[in-house]
Ligand binder design. Structure first.
Ligand code: ARG
Length: 437
């Protein structure tokens, strides 16, 4: 049975990886929140309540919810995973030799759950036990007691960005912001060492060019859209296109330039899919967004690049549709801008025409309902202070494949065996095949 497989944004969600925010959020202060990519100081207890309600809403609808911290703890039971992740934090040039040895001693005695906690929430100077016989040296002495010896990862909450599954393969991404780079070392270790993921094949690796999962949309089996902006670089998009084409995970990649600013840091802040042929889009950009298409050519040749063409046209063509339905109309620009900022467009589809959205985005949610899309509304007043919505906070590991007959797949149980994607589509692109499963 296929356990990890995703070929669309909307196939019935079977399994998702979340991260319940914890002590790492309590590290945020008005002095560090900007560099740690939060716009406010979240109330940790309330953020946890909101997150628990999000997880419960998914479970109630039959979704298996895995928690990253638990997977990491189980991963750390393997000594090679433990050694790898420990060495990785010890490598920081900030430590210096003497402090490095002290930190290594400290980590060596931690049980897997506590070590996972440190890898996520970091280690402050005052938390390191230093004895008189084994002093911390110059670096330790010159640090403030609130300085971090290991930086916290408050954005781990946004599991979307550090990995994305394309077909049966994991793409472990290369995060652009220094505050987030270490996140992908955790997802990478989980996929490589946790028994649940034994045999995982990879299509992207953190040493490659910058690419973040929030920029990757699986528009349809074989069709990817990749946003290029504040996070994913053109080189990252090109690399993913090459990798996905070579692995025959896609026949067409749409590369979509987005404005390089915080409000639109990822493609999924302005566009998410809510049905096999419908997108929810930020009204203020829907008509101006363009795409460059990258498609496979014969073996050994560079991929073919075309464009720019209007994004909606390029997407419909690649998806073999007459048109992509757009849900956006009717919002005045100010409301649209406010709700976009609060992740109104960042929905997580649980199945075609069923999605999770933040309750505060009342106008956007009403538009969705009018268009026949059911919205499971969740609270996110605290969660949203990191600028991420339901899609950002989730990494789907299994969705019912749409690769076969779409209707049938939508109705099928997630445990159903993988159906080969339809071949011979319009334009006679290469047959999309998969090695996963
Ligand atoms: N897929 C997303 N839109 N993720 C949102 C990530 C938010 C996070 N604070 C950051 O700045 O990176």
């Amino acid at each position: 049975m296929v356990t990890h497989y995703v070929d669309s944004e909307v196939g019935r969600l079977g399994t998702v990886m979340l991260h319940r925010p914890g002590p790492e959020l309590a590290r945020l202060t008005p002095r560090n929140n900007d560099s740690l990519l939060f716009d406010a100081i979240p109330w940790v207890g309330r953020a946890q309540e909101e997150h628990d309600a999000f997880a419960a809403a998914l479970r109630e609808r039959g979704v298996e919810v895995l928690h990253l911290a638990e997977l990491l703890t189980e991963t750390l039971a393997a000594s090679d995973a433990r050694a790898e992740l420990t060495e990785q934090v010890l490598r920081s040039p900030r430590l210096g030799d003497q402090l490095r040895v002290r930190v290594a001693d400290h980590l060596a005695y931690l049980d897997p759950a506590t070590l996972a906690g440190v890898l996520i929430a970091g280690l402050a100077h005052e938390e390191l036990r230093i004895s008189r016989e084994r002093p911390g040296g110059l670096v330790y002495t010159l640090m403030d007691r609130h300085d971090f010896i290991i930086d916290p990862l408050p954005n781990l909450l946004f599991t979307r960005d550090s990995s994305v599954w394309i077909g049966g393969r994991a793409a472990v991404t290369s995060l652009a912001m220094p505050a987030r780079r270490r996140e992908s070392t955790l997802t990478d270790a989980i996929y490589r060492h946790h028994p649940r993921f034994a045999g995982t094949e990879f299509v992207y690796h953190p040493t490659m060019e910058h690419l973040e999962g929030g920029d990757v949309l699986l528009l349809a089996p074989g069709v990817l859209a990749v946003g290029v902006g504040e996070r994913t670089t053109p080189a990252g998009a090109e690399r993913l296109a090459r990798q996905a084409l070579a692995a025959q995970l896609a026949h067409t990649i749409l590369v979509v330039p987005i404005v390089q600013e915080r409000a639109t840091m990822h493609l999924d802040t302005i566009c998410t899919m809510v049905d096999v042929d419908a997108v929810l889009m930020y009204a203020n950009v829907a008509s101006t967004l363009v795409a460059y298409t990258v498609a496979a050519r014969a073996d050994g040749e560079d991929p073919r690049m075309d464009g720019p063409v209007p994004f909606l046209r390029a997407a419909a063509d690649a998806m073999d549709l007459d048109q992509l339905r757009v849900i956006d109309t009717g919002l005045d620009p100010v409301t649209a801008e406010r709700e976009q900022w609060d992740d109104g467009n960042n929905t997580l589809a649980l199945a075609p025409r069923l999605c999770v959205g933040y309750e505060r985005n009342t106008e956007t949610n009403a538009q969705l309902e009018r268009a026949g899309i059911e919205v499971v509304a969740i609270a996110g007043s605290e969660l949203g202070s990191g600028r991420g919505g339901p899609r950002c906070m989730s990494c789907p590991l299994l969705r019912a494949p749409l690769g076969g007959d779409a209707e049938q797949a939508a109705a099928s149980s997630v445990a159903s065996p993988y159906r080969a994607p339809r071949a011979g589509r319009k334009g006679a692109g290469p047959v999309v095949g998969f090695s996963g499963g």
